[in-house]
Write a protein that binds this ligand. Structure first.
Ligand code: ZN
Length: 178
C-alpha cells in the first residue's frame, strides 16, 4: 500500500464533478487500499477519490473508531454511491474535511439516509445510516459533485474560510476530519 497526497483548498480540482467508475478491477482495489491507508494516516473517517486528485465516484469511510475508541477497523468501500432516500428529519453535526484542515463547523443535513453503491467486488449494496455515518456518507458523496461542507455555511463564513486558505495555504489536519 502507498500513502497518497491529499489536496486542500484552494485546489480547484475539489470543485470537479467526478465521473462514474466503469470497471472494478485490481487496480481500482489497490487505489481503494491506498486511499484507506491515507485516510487512517491523516487521520480521518472518510476520503473521496477527488481528495487525492482522482475525479472518480469512489470513497472510503470508517467511523468505527469515532464511535468507540477501542473498536476494530470497519472500512466501507463505496463505488458509485448514490442517495436513494433521505429522512425529512434533519440533524446538526460538526464537520471537518481533510481538504480543509483545521476548520470545523456545524452543518445541518438529513438525519438518516439510504445509500446504494457497489462494494469492492462490484456487488450492489444498500445501507441505511444515521448519526455520524449518515453525515459522512453525504459529505463524501458531495465531494463527488464538487460540493464542500463549507458550501452549507453563510456566504460570509465561507468567504472567510476560502480567504484564509488562499493566504496561508496548507495547515496540518486534526483528527476526525472527513
Ligand atoms: Zn471532506
Amino acid at each position: 500500500m502507498a500513502k497518497l497526497e491529499i489536496i486542500t483548498l484552494p485546489d480547484r480540482k475539489l470543485r470537479l464533478n467526478s465521473a462514474p467508475v466503469e470497471r472494478i478491477d485490481d487496480d481500482l482495489r489497490r487505489l481503494m487500499d491506498d486511499m484507506l491507508e491515507t485516510m487512517y494516516d491523516a487521520p480521518g473517517i472518510g476520503l473521496a477519490a477527488i481528495q487525492v486528485g482522482i475525479a472518480r465516484r469512489l470513497a472510503v469511510i470508517d467511523v468505527a473508531k469515532r464511535e468507540e475508541e477501542e473498536a476494530e477497523p470497519n472500512p466501507l468501500f463505496l463505488v458509485n454511491p448514490r442517495i436513494v432516500s433521505s429522512s425529512d428529519e434533519r440533524s446538526l453535526h460538526e464537520e471537518g474535511c481533510l481538504s480543509i484542515p483545521e476548520y470545523y463547523a456545524d452543518v445541518e443535513r438529513p438525519a438518516s439516509v439510504r445509500v446504494g453503491f457497489l462494494d469492492r467486488n462490484g456487488k450492489p449494496q444498500e445501507i441505511e445510516a444515521s448519526g455520524i455515518l449518515a453525515t459522512c456518507l453525504q459529505h463524501e458523496i458531495d465531494h463527488m459533485d464538487g460540493v464542500l461542507f463549507i458550501d452549507y455555511l453563510s456566504k460570509l463564513k465561507r468567504d472567510i474560510v476560502i480567504k484564509k486558505f488562499k493566504k496561508h495555504g496548507r495547515l496540518s489536519p486534526k483528527p476526525d476530519a472527513l
